[in-house]
Design a protein around this ligand. Sequence first.
Ligand code: PNW
Length: 475
Amino acid sequence: SQVSAEVYNYSFPTNFAFGVASSAYQIEGAYNEDGRTDSIWDYNLHEKPSWVIDESNGDVACDSYHKWEEDVQLIKELGANFYRFSISWSRILPSAYKDTEVNEKGVAYYNNLINKLLDEGITPMVTIYHWDLPQSLQENGGWMNATIADNFVFYAKTLFQLFGDRVKHWITFNEPIEICEAGYSSDRKAPFLNAAGVGGYICSHNVLLSHGKTYREYEKLFKPTQRGQIGLSAASYWYEPKENSGLDAEASHRALLFSLGWYIHPLVKGNYPPIMIERIDEISKKEGFAESRLPKFTDSEIEMIRGSFDFIGLNHYTTVQGTFGTDFPEPSAYFDCGVKSSVDPEWEVAPTSSWLRNVPWGLRKLLVWIKNEYGNPPVLITENGWSSTATLDDTDRIRYINGYLLSVLQAIHEDGCNVLGYTHWSLLDNLEWLAGYSARFGLVDVDFNSSNKTRTPRKSYGVYQEIIKSRRINP
Ligand code: PNW
């Protein structure tokens, strides 16, 4: 659907920030250099290369561990206000567990990066955890073990101590639904645990408790002097009712509560969405489980988690259609939710990611849904992006960026949504998890066959540069 001409007259508010994002395992390489130890991704992709379609891994990736200065230069040229990157836990704490030694060489790498960004006028935004759990913690159950919270809080506090004098924007977790539902209830992400209907809920519970504790420790020990902000980045599709029926509308709303609401509801309201609690309790009982598969928060945990955010991070890529339906295997979060998803074949599909379709109005509807459901909290779009082929002439990405940013402008100017900024995923082509190097998400092309991982800006890089400069979308 087209937007009306006047939407092109809107500009981004003066305090609206533009950035680009990346994550450690996807770009750094240097997997065993300077004391870094294995994460669950290193371990699993070395054990079984066929997890990844091109049998690639993050051993070298974009080699940003050595080429970070060039990356900062690209961000500077782009004119971005901030750079969202993640820190590799096992580079900072090779022994991973609480009270273990900090690795000075790992610290130096991030100090250099942060200082250079600041020198160039780029605000550093740090994701504390972007999926690369130290393998030694996984050997003790990883996110399934409640003791992970103490280890995570120690790691996070180490980062606040080391970098918090200069880093004022922190994201505890990138996409808990991918960490947990994909990692522990399926085999779509490491550690490939595949405990459907169980693993994802336990993992998410521990992630939420870890987030809440980290927020409260920062609030108590660091915020008074460092004055930074903390959020969590949740991933969500927009669910558009497939048929114009009450049942599909109810199903689509429920799917949003079971995905975005799974994490944002606790942060805003203290607990899981009531519909999740009711359905999972009841279905677990019918399935013969002695207790609900959804763990319970205590009253004091609810108090701790409620309000544990300064902004909501939103990773949004695409839209699906929701239909009422329960034909899923049991137990599973899909069965618990009871919504089937499909797509409109008319929606343009990304040439290298079959799940990704260009549906710009979905972002606007999602922002309005968050506003209505959660009292218009400050939302930072922490990821949005498109995967093209290796071409430099990426007109499909340009179409996607323009469409989604127009949708953001409408959400701000016509719907009054509180949107703080926009982050494009990604600066560089990088290791797209199980899609390897086949799905290119970069504004900048990376030649992975070249020994120096040559970076070449695409056409979209120039378009985003122009948007940041003019603060509007050029018709
Ligand atoms: C994100 N979905 O994952 C991750 O944060 C990035 O590391 C990743 O490279 C990027 O998106 C591109 O895939 C997603 O199901 C996982 O809509 C799933 C979805 C979206 C993003």
